[in-house]
Design a binder for this molecule. Structure first.
Ligand code: URA
Length: 229
């Protein structure tokens, strides 16, 4: 199987899903009912090694939806998105951008943790999801979009951005710029907070954090305009 970065498809867009193995019952009209249904999802093999499905969370009338890649080790254990180190950094950045945590809906393109055992010790090492896994999971994200109907959709990192906006999408080149898309009135991509955690030193980390906060300030400005409209 090919990785997302080498897939030949344009993107995992809504039209591509006619054959997705997940069938989300259109009668499920609330996040709570979707989350319940997703607990049983076996549309790809990731459920086998994961502790549980980690569904999106936040107000179902949120104006802003943030989409990451997949739950990490801690998210998998506790069952909530963005509660680990990347999530903590995200919360700090949101605060600095004056975005309230409770005005956003947080989710991932893949709802199960994909990992491999470290060569030594008990650590579980994050593995990037394959195209087929993102494709199998996409109907859940589409359902979240259908229910929440965010004004502003924010892709965190290239897995989310390329699966939602096309495989040629470059977060580095196009971050912070509104992208024309049918997914939401405003669609913006920025880096994944975990990339900031991987910065080589404190100075680089500080600069990357500032750039991330600046992107989120653009999101905050669109949110203010949406509220005022
Ligand atoms: N990284 C993600 O993309 N999502 C999470 O929920 C946690 C870490």
């Amino acid at each position: 199987m090919k990785r997302l970065s080498t897939i030949s498809k344009k993107s995992v867009d809504q039209a591509d899903h006619a054959n997705a193995s997940t069938r989300v019952n259109p009668a499920l009209k609330t996040i709570v009912s979707l989350r319940d249904a997703a607990r049983e999802c076996k549309a790809c093999d990731l459920w086998k090694d994961a502790t549980q499905t980690v569904f999106g969370e936040g107000p179902s009338r949120a104006k802003i939806m943030l989409v990451g890649e997949q739950p990490g080790d801690q998210e998998d254990r506790v069952g909530h998105p963005f509660v680990g180190p990347a999530g903590k950094l995200l919360v700090q950045a949101l605060e600095q951008a004056s975005i309230e945590r409770d005005e956003i809906y947080l989710t991932n393109v893949v709802k199960h943790f994909k990992w491999a055992a470290a060569a030594k010790g008990k650590k579980r090492i994050h593995k990037k999801p394959r195209y087929s896994e993102i494709h199998a999971c996409r109907p859940w994200l589409d359902s979240e979009l259908r229910v929440v109907k965010p004004e502003i959709l924010v892709c965190l990192g290239s897995t989310a951005a390329q699966s939602l906006l096309g495989r040629t999408f470059s977060v580095m080149r196009q971050r912070g710029q509104p992208i024309k898309s049918a997914l939401a009135p405003v669609v913006i991509a920025t880096v994944h907070p975990s990339s900031i955690l991987r910065a080589p030193d404190a100075d680089a980390r500080h600069l990357q954090m500032q750039a991330f906060v600046n992107d989120l300030k653009i999101v905050a400005e669109f949110s203010r305009k949406a509220k005022a409209a």
